[in-house]
Design a protein around this ligand. Structure first.
Ligand SMILES: NCc1[nH]cc(CCC(=O)O)c1CC(=O)O
Ligand SMILES: [Mg+2]
Length: 352
């Protein structure tokens, strides 16, 4: 992009500095030298954001109409046909992958989350339609029962307890129908122990050896998921909270243990979630394991930036870009972000 020649505000005639006393600290080291000109700032820049860093989460819903997500201005639940069109747009802008999340009809939700392993469910049909129309884009599907259970939890429940091993069996079935529908990447977001190994074994057994696993390895019990739960309708019913399986926000070392387990069990990529409040975790994971590491800028983070921007309280475009470059600086190889399309459009136009 051509950089315009502008008079630094220091040298503008209308800014009166005549009365300032001259002073010289005699410094030999002046970090500001590298920051004086746009060309120099670009030259010393350490990390860059490109379309290749982006994964775009999309919400899908049955029927033909788009339904706005109240707490995520600018985000809607899309029909399968609309999701196909958005996937086409994303591919044209070189976004490598999209991640699908369904709003399931409440009538299809039950105690067992049975709809999760219906091979004709919304996510499976959306995956088939997108892979048929836009084979070049990666499709990531979420493995967890919360969009399908009447109680809103990610696993199966008995006497108020979210069961681990029983849930893993259900998650394996869910992963298999997604892989059969053409998902390129299975992304377990449920935080049950041992689910990566179980899913890997089942995928291999059923002929899906090349289907990748992106593990939500360090997923925290977070208030920043609020708008997402509204979007997929899992908040209405949610009994209690998810602190018996999602991580305590106070823990960092534990994230390294979780990531080590998921890698050991066969995860191809790992994720830290949420994003911005957990950049230290992203950094530690990348430093410790040097594996493909992703961060999820979750719904509540999007809502904070976009909500404040729409009020005119912050510059939304700048806050969006700053938040995303921060993930790269922390060591993330990529970011799941609801801003993906907007950022990719800007990158294409060279407006960064
Ligand atoms: N297992 C479901 C799931 N997968 C992704 C998100 C959150 C994504 C977001 O907030 O954008 C959640 C919500 C939750 O765990 O309650
Ligand atoms: Mg784990």
């Amino acid at each position: 992009m051509a950089s315009r020649v502008v008079t630094p505000f220091e040298r503008r005639k209308d800014v009166h500095t005549d009365n300032l006393p001259v002073s010289d600290l005699g410094l030999s080291k002046r970090p500001r030298r590298n920051r004086r000109a746009d060309w120099s700032r670009r030259l010393v820049r350490e990390v860059e954001l490109t379309a290749n860093d982006l994964i775009w989460p999309l919400f899908v819903i049955e029927g033909d109409s788009e339904i706005a997500v109240d707490a995520m201005p600018g985000v809607s639940r899309l029909s399968i046909q609309a999701a196909v069109r958005e996937a086409e747009k994303a591919a044209a802008l070189d976004i490598p992958a999209i991640a699908l999340f369904p709003y399931t009809d409440p009538l299809l939700r039950d105690e067992l989350g049975s709809e999760a392993h219906n091979s004709r469910n919304l996510v499976c049909r959306a995956t088939r339609a997108i892979k048929a129309a836009v084979p070049e884009i990666g499709v990531i599907t979420d493995v967890a029962l919360d969009p399908y259970t009447s109680h809103g939890h990610d696993g199966l429940m008995r006497d108020g307890v979210v069961l681990n091993d029983e849930s893993v069996a259900a998650l394996v079935e869910q992963a298999l129908v997604q892989a059969a529908a053409g998902a390129d990447v299975i992304a377990p977001s449920d935080m049950m122990d041992g689910r990566v190994a179980a899913i890997r074994a089942a995928l291999d057994r059923e002929g899906f050896r090349d289907v990748q696993i992106m593990a939500y390895a360090a997923k925290y019990a977070s208030a920043f998921y609020g708008p997402f739960r509204d979007a997929v309708g899992s908040n209405v019913a949610l009994v209690g909270d998810k602190r018996t399986y999602q991580m305590d926000p106070a823990n960092g070392d534990e994230a390294l243990r979780e990531v080590a387990l998921d890698l050991d069990e066969g995860a191809d990529m790992v994720m830290v979630k949420p994003g911005m409040p957990y950049l230290d975790v992203v950094h530690r994971v990348k430093e410790a394991f040097r594996v493909p590491t992703f961060a999820y800028q979750v719904s509540g983070e999007y809502a904070m930036i976009e909500g404040a921007a729409r009020q005119g309280w912050i510059d939304g475009e700048k806050a969006m870009l700053e938040s995303l470059i921060a993930f790269k600086r922390a060591g993330a190889d990529g970011v799941l972000t609801y801003f993906a399309l907007r950022v990719a459009q800007r990158l294409k136009q060279g407006r960064l």
